[in-house]
Design a protein around this ligand. Sequence first.
Ligand code: FES
Length: 94
Amino acid sequence: MVKLTIKDTQEIVEAEQGVAVSDLFEFDGLRSVPFNCMRGSCGSCVVRPLSNIWHLGEMAFEERFKLESMDLSPNEHRLLCQCHLLDDSEVELV
Ligand code: FES
């Protein structure tokens, strides 16, 4: 099991390694992140990883493009709905 911590609210969700964060939202809570489209297009779920950014999985071109269009660095931000939980991660809301 791995865990995802939302620093701002101290919400913690535990899940199987590799699970899509979008599945966590649907089945296990994760209510403190303002998810909307769940497709990586609205940008409402932007977070700043506080642990190793790669614990949230690889970044697809579309996610990188969306972050750059929001003037956010893909090296410091993620769209949480596009992430997979590969290891323990802590993020803060942007
Ligand atoms: S919920 Fe819209 S980009 Fe993540």
